[in-house]
Write a protein that binds this ligand. Structure first.
Ligand SMILES: C[S@@+](CC[C@H](N)C(=O)[O-])C[C@H]1O[C@@H](n2cnc3c(N)ncnc32)[C@H](O)[C@@H]1O
Length: 305
């Protein structure tokens, strides 16, 4: 894609992702393994954490030691579902409809960023990482999961002629529209360009095989995964790769939270029903407990009132 082209976005608006992918499918092992990886990589506590592409808020329990938790998703229906399920479950939880390429947070406002099962929908990983780096304070942690294109199954399938695409090629592979598998080397290079320095990695979901998932109890399989995830991290052979990267450069912490995703003005001061921007005049509404930082969603929801 050309440098100035707007990246395509995989819009989950109206999706039944929660029910179809998690509640009505056999993914208890993947869920447990991902939670263990997050526990290994995320700082044990902190002030302000955001999860980017949080969906329906599946992983929110893992952030209980953070004072403020900001769940962000592009799809209004997903984050509204998260709000319906989780509102009142703890203090300091906010629900935000926004695009990861234009986060509505001040520079250096965050202590930690988590992003799980989202990078495979990101066409411009360099831009996405720059935005994470902008919003993290110096020393802040980014816990990232991505779909690894050079996993063992892909390598074996390629070597036996069952998969045409080359798992060793660094370029992202769009296996279906708006779904890209990434090469670990390419991800690490892009993190480095954004001054995000990897300090730990884990190879997760090593046992994603129906026969094992049917026969071995979930806690046992997840514990075995946890034991091997660190040891095998360097080989990068699992379908799901986790990285913790720390923001290495930058100045002091931010004094505010909100930034205008349209014009970049920061900090914005929150009012009872909106976060107004004094520079461009945009009012980002708060509707049914969801902060709306996507102009087209804000306009359509306000028109329907
Ligand atoms: C596969 S789901 C994962 C949800 C959640 N992280 C989980 O693991 O349960 C991917 C999520 O990324 C969100 N997403 C995709 N592109 C996005 C973007 N540009 N900005 C913010 N969220 C995005 C989708 O709306 C969707 O909820």
């Amino acid at each position: 894609m050309k440098p100035n082209e707007t990246p395509r976005i995989c819009d989950y608006e109206g999706s039944d992702y929660r029910e179809r992918f998690w509640e009505h499918a056999d993914r208890a092992y993947e869920d447990a393994a991902e939670r263990l990886a997050i526990r290994r990589l995320l700082p044990s506590s902190g002030r302000r954490l955001t999860e980017i592409g949080a969906g329906f808020g599946r992983l929110v329990d893992e952030y209980r030691n953070f004072d403020e938790v900001l769940l962000v998703d592009y799809a209004h229906s997903m984050i509204a579902d998260a709000r319906k399920r989780l509102s009142g479950s703890r203090t300091g939880l906010r629900f935000i409809c926004a695009d990861l390429y234009h986060l509505p947070f001040c520079t250096a406002a965050l202590d930690a960023v988590v992003q799980i099962r989202v990078l495979h929908h990101v066409e411009r990983i360099d831009n996405a990482f720059m935005e994470v780096a902008r919003t993290l304070r110096t020393g802040g942690a980014y816990v990232l999961e991505f779909a690894n294109k050079r996993n063992l199954k892909a390598i074996l399938r390629h070597l036996t002629g069952k998969q045409a695409s080359d798992p060793f090629d660094d370029e992202p592979f769009e296996f279906v529209p708006l779904n890209w598998n990434h090469h670990p080397r390419r991800v690490i290079t892009a993190l480095g360009k954004a001054s995000l320095s990897p300090t730990a990695a884990r190879s997760v979901s090593l046992f994603r095989l129906a026969i094992l998932k049917q026969r071995v109890p979930v806690p046992t399989l997840a514990r075995a995964d946890d034991l091997l995830a660190g040891l095998l991290a360097r080989l990068c052979l699992s379908p799901s790769q986790f990285i913790r990267a720390l923001k290495t450069v930058g100045g002091g912490a931010a004094h505010g939270l909100w930034r205008c995703p349209s014009c970049g003005t920061e900090p914005l001061i929150e009012e009872a029903d909106a976060v107004p921007c004094p520079s461009c005049g945009r009012r980002w509404p708060i509707i049914d407990g969801v902060y709306i930082f996507r102009a087209e969603v804000a306009d359509s929801l306000m028109a329907g009132r």
